[in-house]
Design a protein around this ligand. Structure first.
Ligand code: G3P
Ligand code: MG
Length: 230
C-alpha cells in the first residue's frame, strides 16, 4: 500500500505558533513526513508567514510588504519565536521531512525555484522532497517553466473549479483540496487523471479515517500525531 502522507499544516500549528521553527521542529518530533509552510517575498528573501498582514500572528500590525526584512525579523511570531525565512526552515528540517512551499505572495515563484535548485544541487536534497503549491495558477505555470523537475500541487478551495486541463498541460503532481470538496467522486476522478490527492485541513480523527477509506494520498493537519498514531 502507498504511504499515507502527513503534512504538518504551517508546521505542527496545533501545538506551536504557526509557521515558526518551533512548529516545524514539533512536526518532526510528532512524525510528520511533510511540512507545509506559506511564503511571501520580502527584499529577495522568502519569509514564512500565512497572512499578508502581521496582525493575527505577530506583535505588530500592518502589511508584511511594507516592512524591512530586518524589522520583520525583530518581531515576535508567538512564544518568542521569530518569523523564519524559508532557508532556515530547510536547514532546520535538514531532509528529515519533505517541504511543501505554498506560494502566498507575488514574486515568490522564482525565489522558491532558486532555493530548491540550490538545496538539490548543493545540499543533497531531492526534487521529490519538495512540493510547490498555490491557489494562483500563473505562479504554478512559472514554477514549471523555470524548472520542470519541481512538483506542483494545485490548490482548490471552490467547488466546480476545473483543474484537469491545467493539470495535464502543466504536468501537475497533485491536487490539494479543501476537505468539504473531497468527495468520493472528486478523489476518484483526480486519481484517474494520475494526480495525488492531498486534503486540507483535517483535524478530526473520524475525517482522517473516512478519507483514508476513500483512498486519499495524505492530509494536511495541525496535529500530526493524529495520523502518525494510527
Ligand atoms: O496548503 C494547504 C493549506 O495550507 C491551504 O490553505 O489558508 O491554510 O494556506 P491555507
Ligand atoms: Mg497554506
Amino acid at each position: 500500500m502507498e504511504k499515507f502522507h502527513c503534512f504538518a499544516h504551517r508546521g505542527a500549528s496545533g501545538h506551536e505558533p504557526e509557521n515558526t521553527l518551533s512548529a516545524v521542529e514539533k512536526a518532526i518530533d510528532l512524525g510528520a513526513d511533510w511540512i507545509e509552510v506559506d511564503v511571501y517575498a520580502v527584499k529577495g528573501e522568502l519569509i514564512v508567514i500565512h497572512d499578508e498582514r502581521l496582525d493575527r500572528t505577530t506583535n505588530d500590525t500592518g502589511y508584511v510588504r511594507d516592512k524591512s526584512l530586518a524589522y520583520l525579523r525583530s518581531l515576535d511570531a508567538g512564544k518568542g519565536q521569530r518569523i523564519p525565512i524559508l532557508r532556515e526552515v530547510l536547514d532546520s528540517v535538514d531532509r528529515r521531512a519533505g517541504i511543501n512551499i505554498e506560494l502566498k505572495g507575488p514574486k515568490t515563484e522564482g525565489l522558491a525555484v532558486s532555493l530548491i535548485e540550490e538545496y538539490v544541487k548543493e545540499r543533497q536534497w531531492n526534487y521529490e522532497q519538495f512540493a510547490v503549491s498555490s491557489f494562483n495558477r500563473r505562479q504554478l505555470i512559472k514554477v514549471k517553466k523555470l524548472n520542470p523537475h519541481i512538483r506542483i500541487g494545485i490548490l482548490i478551495d471552490l467547488p466546480r473549479r476545473h483543474y484537469a486541463i491545467f493539470a495535464r498541460r502543466y504536468d501537475a503532481y497533485s491536487v490539494h483540496v479543501q476537505i468539504d470538496l473531497a468527495s468520493a467522486r472528486f478523489i476518484a476522478r483526480a486519481h484517474e487523471r494520475g494526480l495525488k490527492v492531498f486534503v486540507y485541513t483535517v483535524n478530526n480523527p473520524e475525517d482522517i479515517d473516512r478519507l483514508q477509506v476513500l483512498g486519499v494520498d495524505g492530509i494536511f493537519t495541525d496535529f500530526p500525531e493524529l495520523v502518525v498514531k494510527r
